[in-house]
Design a protein around this ligand. Structure first.
Ligand SMILES: [Zn+2]
Length: 52
């Protein structure tokens, strides 16, 4: 992990499970939102970042 990056969770917007972790630039002024497969919903859903 580089200095200017940090870990964030990607949280399913439907069931609120934190299914993925990823890296993000420090002080980035955007919110990550990705379509990922959620094993709890058993489909692709929008996942939004949450801090660790
Ligand atoms: Zn889900």
């Amino acid at each position: 992990m580089k200095n200017k990056e940090r870990h964030v969770f990607l949280e399913c917007t439907e069931c609120r499970n934190r299914n993925y972790t990823t890296y993000k630039r420090l002080r980035a002024d955007y919110k990550l939102e990705k379509s990922k497969f959620c094993p709890f919903c058993r489909k692709h859903t929008a996942h939004k970042e949450k801090k660790l």
